[in-house]
Design a protein around this ligand. Sequence first.
Ligand code: ADP
Ligand code: MG
Length: 700
Amino acid sequence: MLTKEINSTLIPTLKKYFGYDSFRDQQLAIIESVLSKKDNLVIMPTGGGKSVCFQLPALLFEGITLVISPLIALMKDQVDGLTANGIPADFFNSSQLSSAQNGIFDKVINKEIKLLYVAPESLALLENILNEKHISCIAIDEAHCISTWGHDFRPSYQQLGFLKKLLPNTPIIALTATADKATRQDIVDQLNIPNATQFLSSFDRKNIELEVRPANDRVSQIIKFINKKPKEAGIIYCLSRKSTEQLASKLNQNGIKAAAYHAGLSFGERTKTQEDFLFDKTQVICATIAFGMGIDKSNVRWVIHFNMPKNIEGYYQEIGRCGRDGIKANAILFHSYADVIQLRKFAEGASNEEVQLAKLERMQQFSEATTCRRKILLSYFGELLSDNCGNCDVCKNPPQFFDGTTIAQKALSVIARLKESEATGIVIDVLRGANNATIIDKGYDKLKSHGVGKDISWRDWQQYIIQLINQGICEIAFHKHNALQLTIFSQKVLFENKQVHLTYPVTIAEKAVIQKELRETKVKKDSLFERLRKLRHQISLEENIPAYLVFSDAALKEMERARPMSEAEFLKISGVGQRKLEVYGNEFIAEMVSFINEKVQKKDDTYKVTYELYKEGLSIEEISEKRDLKSATIFSHLAKLYADGKDINIYDFVTKEEVEQVLKAKEALESPEALKPYFDYFKEEMDYSKIRLALTILNS
Ligand code: ADP
Ligand code: MG
């Protein structure tokens, strides 16, 4: 059991080293369990905050915490993050020189570090420190790699069972985002920790907006999306290596810094690509699922699935890589039937074909949902949401149903006339009365129903047919070249007039959105956030660490909002711990002060400009037009300039009689400071500008 003393140090330690004021979800319970030397299995979604669960206890243990992590390439990043927080840590790997390795042993023996990261392959080399004198805790990150059930199986993870035997009293904490039972059991069995306490956290990542779009013109949709967020990093997942390369090159042609990442690249190339992404040198990574494990870049703002993922676990893990900092992030999935067909082919013939197909089906149901998508996702992980999330495309834009019986009948009759032998493309061509070579060759232009659906666009037909398939009104025969076929429901629709409800196809009101966002980016350009981001970038170059390790986007956003002007206030920002206050505090506070001073300066300048135009003899209307400001604003400038003693013929704008009237009002009114009471007093017959000018005269 924990003593009260330790317990009461946890929050201050969290703040001091990590800069956070409170624990998330189960973090506290997990940390207490680790500190009481129990074994633990932690299941938390990607981005949920697993690292703190072993990094914080590491600070309180006597010896070091050994962290087993699968990816050598990313250990440096994790160690840099800890160092930036003032936590001494290092990593050990086989590529280091033996002198460097000896240096690390010394650090362990002299208790100079709190955490040591190591890949399972290198454990054997740690022989002389692998004992309970030096090691207080063992964390096994990405623990699902141990299981052949998991999707990232790594043989080297399977030898880890020896750790418990060698260090029986050292607590083990295994962490993963993979929730399925088989994998969990496997982890516990193989690590020899049968009594591990299991912590299963909520899988809800509320800040990620979920969206599914039809896959038409994917590339141009993606380019438009990225152009609206020119500084935001994102990941695009593709099904094949080739498509990652093609997409990256198209993005580059369009001026977007993108790189491809897949297992076919050399280790060096992959490391470089990863690093450029972490350092914001590459904005977009087009990757296969090989990319992402262990990437803790907190300012990935979006994830796009160019193709449909194989299952919901994969999808959720991948989208979890955006918005780790807890602020708004976007996940967009492009849905196409071609992908479904492709994925089915992959699954067929696999040893666990049935399972794979069932998982694919759940994924498809999610993509085609007409109810809250988050509810569907979370229910997959056994969590039930009572309310709709309000942060998915279905919640934001609930589908509108209409009577689609005639549309359905038209489609079904074409399918019937084509003898259930053609795939969606040809069915739509016939519906739309196309006269292309295939249609004429096959004589489909002679069919009675050729052209019955002319009035509906190709794209809309495609979506209606998907809806019909989802409702079981027709189906795809995957084994017969994906031909559309009739079902028992088809008969009811065709011959018994069974009603069919369809929803209007999604139209993305891109134009309106772009206009709005363009305006927003214009405003954002000289925002405090941008200034802080620049400063962060500069520091990241100087220190050679990724920008998000200096401060997360969330921390910068909070600084923008709170504008801390003293060290004490700066420390209150979530994400600012003791070391970051000491190292970066002054610079950031100075930046905020100068930003605010410039704003004041700009205000002074604006009066100057108005004064100069006024002296040139321009009328109020002309000044207002020239400066693109309201005339009321120009009047207020003149009032200020007059009050400051500038040479303004103020009686050109307000008569002596009006000033007298205002004076009377001033004596009569109860609260003569505000303008509104005057306006009411004059029954709205004297405008605000005149009132203001008269008051200026009276007050000066
Ligand atoms: P995981 O390993 O579960 O994918 P991480 O440990 O990388 O997630 O944490 C994700 C993000 O959440 C990190 O940026 C981390 O700093 C942040 N975080 C963790 N715990 C907290 C907390 N208690 N309050 C605020 N942010 C936190
Ligand atoms: Mg992690």
